[in-house]
Unconditional design. Structure first.
Lengths: 292, 346, 235
């Protein structure tokens, strides 16, 4: 296959992972107007938990489930006990708080499991698939990645559009004080929002670990890419997270492929600043201002 | 009315100059005393010097002007690498000139970043500077011909001034670094008294009102950024000279976060706070080390504990103590002043 | 039913309410009148739980409301319609109504309750699936009243429902409120700048000025005696 097509396909697979992290950031931004800088570290932590469970039970899927559950719990605990206190203050405080959480996680994880680079299993082969006699640049694991993220996004869509819970969450995101006057228990929904956001982030962590390997700071760059993708799509828009993720995935794949893998991270920065200078509100804008 | 009040604006300059000299004397004394106790501690004081310089710049940018930067470690890297690259070609160049070059190059870089960042607010700015911190080391690796790749570039040892030639490098470096530190703090302190200092604060308080008052917001934001970048560049250059190395591994994301920790702990927006914070983050691993020896903690815990504690400090600061050490001191001062005036009026 | 006693509210150093006292009897309509800045909205927000008062007592059927979050106060049957209708613009008309009845969740009744509202206000039925920001001012107030119904409120706190509405809508809204009071036993605390329309349906009236209750009369007395209210309100 031509180099360009290979880059494109792998870019799509990577982009899905960035989209998942972007979605996590978007969910939290919609709910609490905070950028969660600890999102990557949370995903890294749940991946370590998954590894421990996989080792203990010798079963990938149990570990996968464990990561999701851990994600739900960590997100809920973080919101309820830490973020709740700074939700209504100056944005700088929330940023520093999430950075504090980031530091604690990146320090505590190696305290428990050590800082060495570890491998992480993939449930399907990570070498290129074969269809007929031809090699196809996407491995079964890549296909699984794309499928899982699409499934998660689909699930979120269904949740928000068609369920009462989703309606309440949208109401909380658009106008929390009015929602309160309608009897919506905003606090619980914010906790729930953080829980499912962190679950989404956990998925990104699980999907990236087989190729990126597992070490305490492995999600740092992914956080930057996810953030860039979220901003590109508009921090308020889950669909934007998907589109943004794909765009960043492709963009970085080309940059890495043609200019050198070490430049991917700085390439993301250039893209980010470019977007913010040209269209600061992102590509998909829902509502303009947040009202009470 | 104090002497300073009577001297007016010139009085402030005098006051700052006096403080600077006092600072040099006190710090110099500390170095002299510590030297007889433990040379390594003195070496750490030289780290404190450049961390304080970087923290001072950051505290002006973030504390006073309200622009949160998570990328100042990367700006320090620019200063360090400039130093290394210049010295590769001009090995015997006077360090002062090299440092000026480092400051200028970093300032130029900061103009670029600052201009891009000027329109960004809050989390967007934080995210962009985070990208800088995560991404810049990769550039050094990519262009390894110039920058020495993962191993980095060597920075030749400084030759000591004759007066101090009897002292080992760690010690006289600590003495000498007092000078750029004092100069930086002096310049910053005076600058903050000018219109710029007021404008920085005004923009942080209320951007719209500042614009309506005729302050050119975007321009001032860039000035703040460049100023803090220049400090970071100087700090990076000093760091390169101190450790004889400029390598990607010296500038991880955690360095940027440690600088932020320094100014949060010391007191956001205060210059003395930058010094307190620098002391804390440089010496924290030692204190942890002592704790470790006393409590017999396992190895991995000892290594990671400083970072974990900084994280706890961030959280605690946001939840409980928004004002840091300097703020605590300030509050004590206010309390004493209040008590004194009450006693006087009784 | 609703008792407010010695309510003190301040924000940022400004005293908004300085010892307000009033009561709303069961199945009655009480109007709160007064000039701009008198603290009328603040009063409603404090009762509804959006603002925490510095001091005083608010009881509803004997239960103290101060300190309760708004979403719990709604569950007691106290429903506030803020200025502008309290409508979430990004959601559709139908979704706004669904939200309002969600806290006392029962599926079948919900459908019926929403359909009743559509019957009562045909313009809403026509815009059922449109986003609420496409509604006119009058339609928004209809939606506001509709969602108050759907939420089974027993005490309605209405903040300036007639603001910005054309006279015919004002009449419609006021008459609907009066009817609901009569048919469903709802009580109403009505804040209004448009004193005349408020007095046309109210039983009692309270006059607020600079955060204080300066008079409490029956609506009839005030309506008849224009001089009285000019004297109190200055206009």
């Amino acid at each position: 296959m031509s180099y360009f097509i290979v880059l494109t396909l792998t870019g799509i697979a990577a982009g899905m992972i960035y989209a998942a992290l972007a979605l996590a950031l978007v969910l939290i931004w919609r709910a609490t107007r905070i950028v969660n800088f600890a999102q990557g570290a949370l995903a890294m932590t749940t991946t370590y938990i998954a590894l421990a469970v996989i080792r203990a039970t010798d079963n990938y899927w149990i570990g996968f489930a464990a990561a999701l559950i851990a994600g739900l719990m960590l997100g809920a605990i973080a919101e309820r006990f830490l973020v709740r206190r700074v939700e209504n203050g100056p944005p700088l405080n929330a940023v520093i708080l999430t950075l504090g959480l980031f530091l604690i996680l990146e320090a505590v994880v190696p305290m428990i499991w050590g800082a060495q680079i570890r491998g992480f299993p993939a449930p399907f082969s990570i070498s290129a698939s074969q269809i007929g006699g031809m090699y196809f640049a996407l491995s079964p694991f890549n296909l699984f990645t794309i499928g899982v993220v699409l499934a998660v996004m689909g699930g979120m869509l269904l949740l928000f559009r068609f369920t009462s819970l989703g309606l309440r969450m949208r109401a909380t995101a658009f106008a929390p004080d009015i929602a309160r006057l309608l009897g919506v228990r905003v606090g619980r929904l914010l906790t729930f929002g953080w829980a499912i956001a962190t679950l989404t982030g956990s998925i990104a962590g699980l999907l990236v670990a087989p190729t990126l390997l597992l070490y305490p700071s492995n999600m740092d760059a992914i956080l930057v890419y996810g953030f860039t993708a979220a901003v590109l799509g508009g921090l308020d828009s889950p669909v934007g997270a998907l589109v943004g993720g794909l765009a960043i995935g492709l963009g970085l794949s080309y940059i890495g492929g043609y200019l050198g893998a070490d430049l991917e991270a700085i390439g993301a920065l250039v893209i980010l600043i470019g977007i913010l200078m040209v269209r600061p509100q992102g590509l998909f804008v829902h509502s303009v201002e947040r009202r009470a | 009315m104090t002497l300073v009040d009577r001297l007016g604006a010139r009085g402030t300059l005098v006051k700052h100059a006096v403080l600077a000299v006092l600072f040099i004397v006190v710090a110099g004394g500390a170095i002299y005393l510590l030297d007889s106790v433990n040379a390594f501690l003195v070496y750490q004081l030289s780290s404190v010097a450049y961390i304080a310089i970087a923290a001072a710049g950051l505290t002006v940018l973030t504390g006073l002007n309200g622009q949160l930067s998570l990328g100042h470690g990367a700006l320090m890297a620019i200063g360090a690498y400039t130093t290394a690259v210049v010295l590769k070609t001009y090995t015997d160049l006077n360090p002062a000139i090299v440092m000026v070059a480092a400051v200028l190059v970093t300032a130029l870089g900061s103009i670029a970043v600052g201009t891009g960042a000027a329109r960004l607010r809050g989390p967007y700015l934080a995210g962009a500077t985070l990208g800088l911190a995560v991404g810049l080391p990769g550039v050094a690796v990519r262009f390894s011909g110039v920058f020495g790749g993962d191993a980095g570039l060597n920075v030749p040892a400084l030759s000591s001034p004759d007066a101090l030639s009897t002292l080992p490098q760690e010690v006289w470096v600590a003495w000498v670094w007092l000078i750029p530190a004092a100069i930086t703090f002096l310049l910053l302190a005076n600058l903050l008294r000018t219109r710029y200092g007021r404008d920085f604060r005004a923009i942080r308080e209320d951007e719209v009102a500042s614009a309506l008052h005729g302050i050119r917001v975007a321009r001032t934001q860039v000035v703040a950024f460049v100023l803090s970048g220049a400090c970071a560049g100087l700090a990076g250059s000093l760091m390169a000279y101190t450790s004889n190395l400029a390598a990607p591994g010296s500038f991880p994301l955690t360095l940027s976060l440690e600088l932020l920790a320094a100014i949060v702990i010391g007191g956001l927006g205060t210059l003395p706070g930058a010094v307190w914070g620098a002391l804390v983050i440089v010496f924290a691993p030692d204190w942890i080390g002592t704790l470790h020896d006393v409590l017999k903690l396992p190895g991995p815990i000892r290594d990671q504990l400083p970072l974990a504690l900084f994280g706890v400090v961030f959280i605690a600061a946001m939840l409980l103590f928004p004002h840091g050490i300097q703020g605590g001191i300030h509050r004590l001062w206010l309390l004493r002043a209040a008590r004194r005036s009450r006693a006087a009026s009784d | 039913m609703l008792e407010v006693d010695d309510l003190h509210v301040s924000y940022g150093g400004v005293t908004a309410l300085d010892g307000v006292k009033l009561s709303v009897p069961t199945n009655g309509i009480t109007a709160v009148l007064g000039p701009n800045g008198a603290g009328k909205s603040t009063l409603l927000k404090s009762i509804a739980g959006l603002i925490k008062p510095r001091g005083g007592r608010v009881t509803y059927n004997g239960r103290a409301l101060i300190g309760m979050p708004p979403e719990e106060i709604v569950r007691l049957g106290v429903s506030m319609v803020p200025e502008g209708g309290g409508v979430i613009r990004e959601l559709t008309v139908e979704e706004n109504l669904r939200l309002a009845q969600m806290w006392h969740h029962n599926g079948g009744d919900a459908r019926k309750a929403i359909d009743d509202v559509m019957e009562m206000f045909p313009p809403l039925a026509a815009r059922r699936r449109n986003a609420a920001h496409s509604l006119s001012g009058g339609e928004r107030q209809m939606l506001a009243v509709g969602r108050a119904l759907v939420s089974r409120a027993e005490l309605l706190l209405l903040d300036e429902p007639s603001l910005g509405l054309a006279p015919k809508f004002v009449i419609l809204i006021m008459q609907t409120v009066r009817r609901l009071c009569a048919e469903r036993g709802i009580s109403v605390l009505l804040v209004e700048q448009n004193a005349r329309s408020a007095l046309s349906i109210a039983d009692e009236a309270v006059l607020l000025s600079a955060g204080r209750t300066i008079a409490a009369r029956t609506a009839g007395e005030l309506a008849k005696n224009e001089e009285l209210w000019h004297a109190y309100l200055g206009y």
